[in-house]
Design a protein around this ligand. Structure first.
Ligand SMILES: NC(=O)c1ccc[n+]([C@@H]2O[C@H](COP(=O)([O-])OP(=O)(O)OC[C@H]3O[C@@H](n4cnc5c(N)ncnc54)[C@H](O)[C@@H]3O)[C@@H](O)[C@H]2O)c1
Length: 379
């Protein structure tokens, strides 16, 4: 018997990610676990037509507004999903937390380190609310397999870790500029602000916190059409390669490479992680989303093996385990995980915690200094 408990949500920002949440909430019956259902009763977007067309698909929407403060004042809203441009994170997240609403925010959780510190101060002042940051990729079952093996210590001494998130759409030099390519909305981090936390969620949770970073940041396409017939400067970093060092349990340092690229030929939202160890190496990539790759001894050599994990997610679903698993399934898992955390239901691998966003800001701020001064920067 499933619970009839509901968590009543307001969505602030009805763009790409706001729509993904509404879609996930609409197929809650796919979960075969006793987790309260999200009910979206509040909808806000500064663009009236965006808010109303979003709400048109949601019979439960009771508040539809262009002013997010109306949702914060609604006593029957328990939690907020806020997916707005980075320059608004600080103000909106702090207001949401101060209003006593649970929050799933989006990365980078503040446009810069100062904004992030202010958000974390609000989190500290409101221990009664659950605050997390979105990150869906670890919930692929094949990636959960990788995490399980790390937690069980199967890799032995770590040789190296590589984590990356790459896109290629900006290879098109005629792609118009949008807010994600403008420093005033996206921030100085550029591609790192957009993509970085995705690459860091698992390493940070595994305790792999860089001691220092040497960064190479590149601006490859320096001008873009503005969509109104003009060509304007595109000032955000396109690609970032961070060479970090991490201290293992023996006190030795191992390299951790973190790549976030907007211009990576052939990549379409490709997220991957590889862990190489003395006893085992393994990798997961969304390019082959059901596959788990790992090494087996082959005489004195190592064979890379591939196994199809199928649909065996962390939170059980009604989907047969031989069926495939994809992006929208990972989003559903992340949402179920967040609601478990709100309701104190134990989960094996939780959403990004506020203190992990602070680590990310330390790393990415150090990366900016490293690139500017051409030196490794300690964290
Ligand atoms: N988890 C992921 O995989 C993922 C993917 C893409 C983006 N994101 C993050 O999600 C956030 C939003 O990105 P997006 O791609 O959905 O952007 P988007 O541009 O598609 O949507 C943002 C929406 O916010 C609205 N908005 C702007 N100011 C507002 C305000 N003051 N009040 C209410 N609404 C406002 C805009 O009108 C727009 O509809 C960013 O932080 C981004 O980094 C996460």
């Amino acid at each position: 018997m499933k619970t009839d408990r509901k968590i009543r949500f307001g969505v602030i920002g009805c763009g790409l990610m706001g729509r993904e949440f509404a879609a996930a909430a609409a197929r809650w019956c796919q979960l075969a676990a006793d987790i309260p259902t999200p009910e979206i009763i509040g909808v806000c977007d500064v663009k009236e037509e965006v808010a109303s067309s979003f709400a048109a698909n949601l019979p439960s929407a009771k508040y539809v507004t262009t002013d997010y403060r109306e949702l914060l004042a609604a006593p029957d809203i328990d939690a907020i999903y806020c997916a707005v441009p980075h320059n608004l994170h600080e103000k909106l997240y702090i207001d949401i937390i101060n209003a006593g609403k649970h929050l799933l925010g989006e990365k980078p959780f503040g446009i810069d380190r100062a904004a992030n510190e202010n958000i974390l101060a609000a989190v500290a002042a409101h221990p009664e609310v659950t605050v997390r940051c979105s990150s869906e990729f670890p919930y692929y079952p094949a990636c959960q397999e990788l995490i399980r093996r790390i937690e069980e210590g199967q890799f032995g001494k770590i040789i190296e870790v590589r984590s990356s998130f790459c896109h290629s759409s900006d290879l098109d030099v005629n792609k118009p500029l949008n807010w994600k390519r403008m420093i005033e909305y996206n921030g100085e981090y550029g591609c790192m602000g957009d993509l970085g936390l995705h690459t860091q969620h698992i390493p940070f949770r595994m305790g792999w916190v860089p001691t220092d970073v040497y960064a190479n940041l590149t601006k490859i396409v320096k001008v873009r059409p503005d969509g109104r017939g003009n060509t304007v400067p595109c000032l955000t970093w396109d690609n970032a390669t961070l060479s970090c060092r991490v201290r293992d349990r023996d006190g030795d340092l191992f390299p951790m490479m973190i790549e976030t690229k907007r211009i990576c030929p052939g990549a379409t939202n490709d997220w991957s992680i590889e862990v190489d160890g003395l006893s085992l190496s393994a990798r997961f990539s969304t390019k082959d989303p059901n596959a788990f790759f790992y090494t087996e001894p082959f005489g004195r050599e190592q064979a890379w093996c591939r196994v199809d994990i199928g649909s065996k997610p962390m939170i059980p679903t009604v989907t047969g385990s031989i069926f495939g698993f994809g992006f929208t399934d990972a989003i559903l898992q992340m949402w179920a995980t967040f609601i478990c955390e709100v309701c104190s239901i134990p989960v094996k691998f939780g959403c990004i915690r506020p203190e992990e966003t602070a680590l990310s800001h330390r790393l990415q701020t150090a990366a900016l200094i490293s690139h500017k001064e051409r030196r490794a920067v300690e964290l």
